[in-house]
Design a protein around this ligand. Structure first.
Ligand code: SF4
Ligand code: MSK
Length: 626
């Protein structure tokens, strides 16, 4: 790609192509421009062969065997690569899990009456989770129970348990695998801290030992921090149900006050939704010449409010700068994760007010307005009011909203999927057994400027559904599929004959939106339930995972907990491990013997689909299915 790559070389989306052109005309530097300026990127780092874990370094290993083969301390390529990927897993697990802890703190505050504006939206789920945790809810009022559940799950973050609570959901055979390998996740913080300890100079220099702990750390994310995040979000804000909405940059409205919600945690965005729906603020918007208030989402905060409220989705990771370049955004409110620090600079070219809300995430060019449970409702009201007041500052010549939005269906929580099947897994089990549905794949993860935007997701998923494979998606992948029209009921026409039949019978699209990045755990929960139903291990099922365009450390943790849970996973971007033959061989082959699943790397989504189809056929054969 050259500095002046044509927009059609950078993204498959029509809105993206139009807006890349506009950004260039407006003099905006985008993620693709900066990527171009970084080329060639550091080859040592790309291979995972550089280390700056101590002040005797930085060190690097020569991949051609001519230069140094050991760091100053004596660490070789295997150790350095394993330590680096171990720290990536720890960072990803920490990000998801800290998000989960923030929700627990609100749950407790609600129970203690200290969070006006928040409430228990799904008492049934609170009670179900309480029972799962071994709490007897009989005779306890809702608020008391909320505190008890929060207390119990807070313990999952510490060091006082032998295993985290939701391991109870894991099929027996899988638990045995973890026990035998010594990778049973004990506490979320414990595993992350231990990884940081092990990767300090002079601690764990068994590269395979570090990687084993990497799996344990990732499991503490998937079956711990992320699971807490999703389940508590459902209790506080409601369990998602199928809901219609629209997506792409066409969701912005020229005659409305547009507010964009970006980041990952629904704590702030849910308050903004409540405030913006109040009559008083809508009237204020009208008195200022707008037809109303238009809330739209970006990335996973967008996924959270799309899943539960049907709030339209403006775009995924690589679209965040381009959304501002429409010149039609009065305010962007961010929480944390995947928010590019470039956004403040982009906003300066327009009238857009940028607001950061978390004490742990400040950004250049943003006004910091911190959310706290006690004052969240008032601050949300104030921010929406300020967005309305900013409407008159729009620069009409700079406003351009491309394309018409595409419709989609979202909201497929585990509960909603079960409900669509008459509250039983049987229809899915029968469809898998008959071969109408050959298997299921979680297509998840980010965008990355190294891959043509949305091409990896859409190409892979289209081929999978053509081959009667049901797709469950989250994160930026889900947004890509939505924009491509794959989440409409009509998309069944793109599915193979068996999957089409099932979609018709259940009135579902062939690509089911299960949520945001932390909601990948919904896929784990379904996989575990399916394995329990069939009396097999998760690793025996015709399932796979894929992250065709991943970029984040969170995605590394997700990939590792998915594989450690027994699900074969294909990555579209190689992680920085290629500098160690031993590490590569363990991740792509050796893990199969240890945890029953492994990674593959395949940048071409057509070939990735072939790998997955072949894997699913093999799995079916082993189960004796046609
Ligand atoms: Fe170099 Fe070892 Fe220090 Fe890493 S830990 S920077 S390899 S001396
Ligand atoms: S937002 S982690 S870019 S999916 Fe969850 Fe998208 Fe990846 Fe962020």
């Amino acid at each position: 790609m050259s500095r002046r790559s044509k927009p059609e070389e950078l993204t498959i989306t029509q809105d993206g192509r139009i807006m890349i052109g506009k950004a260039e005309r407006d003099g905006i530097e985008t993620v693709w421009d900066r990527y171009q300026k970084q080329l060639p990127q550091c080859g040592f780092c790309e291979l995972g062969l550089s280390c700056r874990n101590c002040a005797m370094g930085p060190c690097r290993i020569d991949p051609f065997g001519e230069g140094p083969q050991k760091g100053v301390c004596g660490a070789d390529a295997d150790i350095i690569v394993a330590r680096n990927i171990g720290r990536m897993i720890a960072a990803g697990a920490a990000a998801h899990s800290d998000h989960g802890r923030d929700l627990l703190e609100i749950l407790r505050a609600v129970g203690e009456g200290k969070a006006p504006g928040y409430k228990i939206s799904d008492e049934g789920k609170l009670r179900r989770i309480a029972v799962e945790l071994g709490i007897e809810p009989e005779g306890m009022d809702t608020l008391e129970l909320a505190v008890k559940v929060a207390e119990q799950l807070e313990e999952d973050f510490g060091t006082r348990k032998k295993m985290i609570s939701f391991v109870s959901r894991v099929p027996e055979k899988r638990r045995k695998v973890w026990e035998n390998l010594g990778i049973m996740p004990r506490g979320v913080d414990r595993e992350v801290v231990e990884m940081m300890h092990r990767t300090h100079m002079g601690v764990d220099n068994g590269w395979d030992n570090i990687l084993a702990h990497g799996l344990r750390t990732a499991l503490a994310d998937g079956w711990g921090g992320s699971m807490v995040a999703t389940e508590i979000s459902d209790i506080l804000f409601g369990v998602p149900k199928p809901i219609s909405s629209i997506t792409n940059m066409g969701v912005l409205k020229e005659d409305h006050v547009n507010i964009v919600l970006h980041g990952h945690n629904p704590l702030v965005s849910e308050m903004i939704v409540q405030a913006a729906q109040g009559e008083e603020l809508v009237d204020l918007a009208k008195s200022r010449g707008a037809k109303g208030i238009n809330l739209v989402g970006l990335c996973c905060t967008g996924n959270e409010v799309l899943m539960r409220r049907g709030i339209p989705m403006a775009g995924n990771h690589l679209m965040s700068e381009l959304v501002l370049a429409t010149g039609a955004v009065e305010m962007m409110i961010v929480d944390y994760q995947c928010i590019m620090p470039s956004l403040g600079d982009v906003a300066k070219c327009y009238h857009t007010k940028m607001v950061s809300t978390s004490d742990k995430a400040k950004f250049p060019g943003m006004e910091h307005r911190e959310f706290h449970p006690e004052t969240a409702r008032d601050l949300a009201y104030q921010l929406v009011k300020e967005a309305i007041e900013n409407f008159e500052n729009r620069i009409p010549d700079k406003v351009y909203i491309p394309t018409e939005p595409v419709s989609l269906i979202s909201g497929f929580s585990v509960e909603a999927i079960l409900e669509a099947m008459g509250n039983s897994l049987n229809p899915l089990v029968d469809a898998i057994k008959s071969g109408d549905v050959k298997g299921a794949v979680g297509v998840v993860g980010c965008n990355n400027p190294k891959i043509k935007h949305d091409y990896g997701h859409v190409t892979l998923t289209t081929k999978l559904i053509e081959n009667d494979i049901l797709v469950l998606d989250t994160g930026c992948a889900a947004i890509a599929h939505g924009k491509a029209g794959l989440k409409q009921l009509e998309a069944k026409s793109k599915a193979g004959p068996g999957l089409r039949k099932v979609c018709e019978a259940l009135s579902i699209p062939p690509v089911l939106h299960v949520g945001s990045c932390v909601d990948n755990i919904r896929i784990l929960v379904i996989a575990a339930a399916l394995a329990n139903e069939l009396g097999v291990d998760i690793a025996d099922l015709p399932l796979a995972g894929a992250a065709p365009e991943w970029y984040s450390e969170k995605a590394v943790s997700i990939g590792c907990y998915v594989v450690a849970s027994g699900i074969f996973t294909v990555l579209g971007v190689a992680p920085p491990v290629l500098g160690s033959k031993n590490v590569v061989s363990l991740l792509t082959e050796g893990l199969k013997d240890l945890v029953g699943a492994n990674f593959a790397v395949e940048p071409d989504p057509n070939k990735a689909a072939d790998l997955i189809i072949k894997h699913i056929e093999n799995q079916r054969q082993k189960l004796g299915l046609p």
